[in-house]
Structures are given as C-alpha cells and as structure tokens.
Design a protein around this ligand. Structure first.
Ligand SMILES: [Zn+2]
Length: 403
C-alpha cells in the first residue's frame, strides 16, 4: 500500500509496466568488446546490483527499526501530543502528525536515497543528473505526492474513526477506486510533470510501429518518446494508462541506441502487456491483496495496541504501529507480486516473438538493455525470486532461443 501512496521521483512509477529491470550503464559499445572487457562489465553489473539490493534491504530495515523505536521510546506519543496541541480538530491534528512523520522519514531516508539515487548512479556512470537536478526531481516527487496523499489520509482516518473494526472495508474500496483513477490520470497529469512526451517523429520507426499495431488490431492512441536521457543513460519503455489514457512510451535513450528492429521487439513486448490486459490483472490482484492485507493488518493492529499501552484504533500516536503492520504485509507479499510480474513479462516476451517473428532482434535488444542498464544478467535465484520484477536477461534470452 505504501507504493500506492508514494510517488517516487525518478524512474517510472505505478501503474507502469516496463520492459527491463528498471534498476539496472554506460553508452553502448560501437564495436564488439574484448572478452576480458565483457567479463569486467559483468562483474561491474553484479557489483552494482548487489549494492542496489543492499540499499533496499537497509532501507527496509531502517523503516522497521525506526518505527519500532518511535513506538517503544514514546516519541510517537510525544508527537501525537504536539499535533493535538496545534488543533482540536482531529483531522487537522492528523495532518500535522503525518507531516511531522513525513518530514522525519525524508530526513532519515536522505542519506540512503542520496547514496542510491545520486552517488551510485554517478559512480557507475549511469547518471546524467547534476546534484541540483537530482534534488529538484526528488522535491517534485514530494510535492506531487502531497496532494495525492492528503485526501487519502483524511478519508482513511474518517473510516478509522467511524467504522470501528470494519474500517478496512471502506478503506479497501476507496483504495481500489483511487488506483483506477490514478492509472487513468497518471499518463496525462502526473508523468508530464517529470518528463516531456513527444509523438514518435522518426518516419520509418513510426510506420513500422503503426504497421505492427495494425497487424494485431490495436489502436493505441499515443506512442510517445520521453526525455529519459535528462536523468539517466539507462533505456526503458512502458505501457501505461487505461481507457483513453493508454499509451506506449519509449525512452529517448532507447530510440537513440537501438535499431528499428530492436525497438520493434521492445514495442511488441509492451503491446503484449496491453493485449494481454496485464495492467487490469495487476489492479485486480492488487485489490484482492489490498483487502486481504487491510483485513489482516486491522486485526493485528487491534490486537497489538496494548503492547504499547494504546487504547483506541484512531489514537494518533498508535498510527505508526499500523504503518508497521502494513509495511510488514507488503514486505511478505512483495515476492508474490514479483512472481506475478515475472509471469507477465514472460508472456509479453512470447507475445513479442510471436508478433514480430524476429528472434534475433529480440535477443539483441535484451543484450543491449542488459548492457545499457548495467543489469545483472544471471542473479542468484533467491535474489531473483525476492527482488526482481522481471526474469533475468539470461532466462529471457534462453526462452527466446527455445521459442
Ligand atoms: Zn514488460
């Protein structure tokens, strides 16, 4: 649920489905590299992936440790007291309380996000951002997140205050509608705040894409190129939106570095997500998971209130306990949602192979993506199971070779 509320500033955010591991370079080699350079590159990719995953694990650990200490040391009660002093109105007090926590979270999380989002990207020569550009993108993420989060928080708190132990039922329903509305408006109202989108201009690429769309009977309203290169050297593409807002977006880094054949393969993969209705499946599964998660956490939350001497579910100081349970639920279920995502990726890959009939270009595109995104092509199976939303490049290439 945290993911629904949070709008990350860099990279593509919910509800986007992308073609490559979005965390995974330097510019493409003009000529084949020497074998030792290849293995050097591989070990560099392994190191990069390892550090990135360590940072994620550290961030998760930090979240639980801080939440626990905040409850245990009475910091939450102290901040709850400040919030109720500011206003008698429970909803205003809630917003003050949430703002204090949000600020604390940003400050505590800053070293990790600087290390992972700025320092590491520069160290591995993946970033095109200056420090100020990076900071500005981060601030934009926060400013865009606030108007999305505030109404959600208020309705959530209203349900908590008025529906007693059944608060999870209306909250789950509201979150479902929120995710559908967000999926509908994000490509039109939110993504353009982070990137500039232009219709595909290259005539030969455009005609190939339109030809492919006609072949499979798809009328995608928008096929856009976005200025991914302002932030990164990595390449990506995605299918976004639902209803009238659905569109396929291609990073300018992809268009600049890949051949028309390779872009066609990537495009066909995105088309696969669209034709196979992956976004709707994600929303449906996400909704079931949200209801289940809210139900489970509502019960755990109510049962654990006395551990920290809280008495009511709507007590401000107790809310970090609820976010801790929600965090735990999303931690436990994230390998399952990654599993579903990897299954979608595999079927979109097969769809691309079937529609283009061009196995070689697909494999070349995969290799290039791995290189340009510094992806670990063969992660440890356990790492892949736990953290990766996409099958490893090695597996994807093997599947294509077998096709
Ligand atoms: Zn995909």
């Amino acid at each position: 649920m945290r993911d629904v509320v949070r709008v990350p500033s860099n990279g593509l955010f919910f509800p986007v489905d992308s073609v490559s591991q979005p965390r995974a370079s330097e510019s493409l080699p003009a000529s084949p590299k020497e074998p030792h350079q290849e293995s050097q590159k591989e070990s560099q990719a392994k190191r990069y992936s390892r550090i990135k995953i360590s940072v994620r694990v550290a961030g998760t650990f930090l979240f639980f440790a801080v939440s626990f200490l905040v409850l245990l040391l009475g910091i939450s009660s102290w901040l709850g007291g400040i919030a109720t002093q500011v206003s008698n109105n429970p909803y205003v007090a809630l917003l003050v309380f949430a703002a204090l926590f949000g600020l604390g979270e940003i400050i505590l999380g800053l070293p990790l996000s600087f290390f992972s989002g700025f320092y590491l990207e520069h160290r591995f020569k993946l970033s095109n951002q200056t420090f100020w550009k990076w900071a500005w993108e981060g601030m934009k993420g926060i400013f865009v997140g606030i108007p999305l989060t505030v109404p959600l928080l208020l309705t959530f708190y209203f349900c908590l205050r008025n529906f007693a132990e059944y608060w999870w039922l209306p909250v789950g329903t509201i979150l479902f509608f929120f995710s559908v509305v967000l999926a509908r408006i994000a490509p039109i109202l939110i993504f353009p705040l982070f990137y500039k989108f232009k219709p595909v201009e290259d005539a030969s690429l455009k005609s190939r894409i339109l030809h492919l769309c006609a072949k499979v009977g798809v009328n995608v309203e928008g096929i856009f190129v976005f200025d991914m290169s302002k932030n990164t050297k990595k390449a990506n593409a995605a299918f976004t939106g639902i209803g009238k807002s659905k569109r396929i977006i291609l990073g300018d880094t992809l268009v600049a570095n890949f051949t028309d054949d390779e872009i066609e393969s990537v495009f066909a993969h995105e088309l696969g997500h669209y034709k196979l209705k992956h976004l709707w499946t994600m929303i449906a599964v996400g909704t079931v998971s949200t209801f289940l998660g809210l139900y489970v956490t509502a019960n755990l939350y109510a049962a654990s209130l006395p551990w920290f001497a809280f008495s009511a579910v709507d007590e401000l100081a107790a809310l970090p306990l609820l976010t801790m349970w929600l965090g735990l639920y999303s931690l436990v279920t994230s390998p399952l949602s990654n599993m579903l995502s990897r299954a979608h990726e595999r079927s979109a890959d097969l769809y691309a192979l079937r529609t283009t009939g061009n196995k070689d270009s697909f494999i070349n595109a995969m290799r290039k993506l791995a290189k340009i995104n510094l992806a670990d092509t063969s992660p440890h199976p356990l790492i892949e199971f736990l953290f990766h939303s996409h099958p490893s490049i090695e597996k994807r290439i093997h599947a294509a070779e077998r096709y």
